[in-house]
Design a protein around this ligand. Structure first.
Ligand code: SAH
Ligand code: SF4
Length: 394
């Protein structure tokens, strides 16, 4: 094997978590890496394209199935590499059909993915990190210590596991799929793990693979302003912003990241998001928190704040979780809030919570939960935020 190819393989192995038996996982590698890997075992680079097709378009689970690859080559591949998915530690199905998978990765860390079937689409909510470094007060994930970023393979695998469960291999035609859309709205802040998210989404978008178009992928951020432009330039997916406050005072209280990137900077990044237009609007997510951000004055301030941004809103009824100090606004308050936005010609549906019964709804994801009393959970949530803030400040 020539030295430089050996180097490629060693590098690939160094950037991946090997399986328990020391084989290199191929899920998460792109076409050029698969070509380098083919050359590394003495094959022609075009084998990389074949592998890409088998892995991401056919969903192959073992090398034996790759009938257009010679027997000897398949044996070599099986010896060194693996197509294994992460272990599914738990799968839950909500009474409304929402499905949640708890992925256990090879180092034992865990993250969740949620599939939300609707009449006209099936949306997979994907995690980008185990836990989150940020500490938004209303978010269950925010009470969890960040353990680590997910690798591109671990992000792509969430999509592949959903496809496995739906039996959607080979990649069906666009119009006949159950899994049609992806939202990066699971655990973690995707713009704090942008390189991995970008590589994973490029693999997911490739037309000769999983083939989900960028028009059907939405990245949600809490407002990491310096990375927003790159997201539009390099990934060109749709953007959602977790807004949740109409003034710096309120937003900083519930989303400490606002102290670093205040609303003026965030709105400027939205106004100039590459590709934004009336046809490709930014979605502002706004969680309705009783007596915190749900007054008529808040609604009017919002109208003013976003007046020159191409946008629409999703009003999200707050989803409770164990230990939270917050409550959801009443239906009447949410509808009044909606009326004020709507009369300023802002599209603002109220999102129907999905999968609440299995803690799969927005902001409810958290792994390794412990069984504690309500008071203990509240104390633990407060302590977790305080600890995290102390660490971030260091
Ligand atoms: N970290 C990114 C991606 C997570 S998206 C972000 O914050 O945008 C998850 C969405 O659910 C975000 O809009 C988040 O603000 C919202 N959310 C968090 N906790 C929630 C809760 N308890 N109820 C409803 N929505 C919540
Ligand atoms: Fe992290 Fe998003 Fe939850 Fe905030 S809302 S803590 S950024 S996952």
């Amino acid at each position: 094997m020539p030295d430089n190819d050996l180097h490629d393989l060693t590098e690939l192995a160094a950037n991946s978590t090997l399986s328990a038996d020391g084989r290199l996982p191929l899920i998460g590698l792109d076409k050029s890496e698969l070509a380098a890997l083919a050359v590394g075992i003495g094959e022609k680079p075009y084998r990389g394209t074949q592998l890409f097709h088998w892995i991401y378009s056919r969903g192959a689970r073992n090398f034996e199935d790759m009938t257009d690859i010679s027997k000897e080559c398949r044996a070599q591949l099986a010896e060194k590499f693996t197509l294994e998915r992460p272990v599914i530690d738990q799968e839950q199905v909500s009474e409304d059909g929402t499905r949640k998978w708890l992925h256990a990765f090879s180092d034992g860390q865990k993250a969740e993915a949620v599939l939300i079937p609707e009449d006209d689409r099936g949306t997979l909510c994907v995690s980008s990190q185990v836990g989150c470094t940020l500490t938004c007060r209303f978010c269950h994930t925010g009470t969890q210590r960040l353990v680590r970023n997910l690798t591109p393979g671990e992000i792509v695998a969430q999509v592949m596991v959903a496809r496995d469960a739906l039996g959607e291999w080979p990649t069906p035609k666009d119009g006949s799929r159950a899994l049609t859309n992806i939202v990066l709205m699971g655990m973690g802040e995707p713009l704090y793990n942008f390189e991995a998210v970008k590589k994973a989404m490029q693999i997911v978008m490739a037309s000769d693979g999983i083939s989900i178009s960028r028009h059907r992928i939405t990245l949600s951020t809490s407002g990491v302003v310096p990375e927003i432009e790159r997201c539009g330039e390099e990934l060109r997916v749709k953007l959602a912003i977790s807004l949740h406050g109409a003034t710096d005072e309120i937003r900083s209280k519930i989303m400490p990241i606002n102290k670093k990137y205040p609303l003026r900077e965030l709105m400027e990044a939205c106004r100039t998001y590459p590709g934004v237009s009336n046809a490709r609007r930014i979605t502002f997510e706004y969680v309705m928190l009783k007596d915190i951000n749900d007054s008529e004055a808040d609604a009017r301030a919002l109208v003013d704040l976003v007046k020159d941004v191409h946008c629409k809103f999703n009003l999200i009824p707050f989803n409770p979780w164990p230990g939270t100090p917050y409550e959801c606004s009443s239906r009447k308050t949410i509808e009044r809030f909606q009326d004020i936005l709507a009369s300023a010609s802002i599209t603002c549906p109220i999102r129907t919570p999905r999968g609440r019964d299995i803690l799969a709804a927005c902001g409810q994801l958290k792994t390794d939960s412990e069984k504690l009393s309500a008071k203990e959970r509240r104390v633990q949530a407060e302590q977790a935020w305080a600890d995290k803030e102390a660490r971030v400040a260091l």
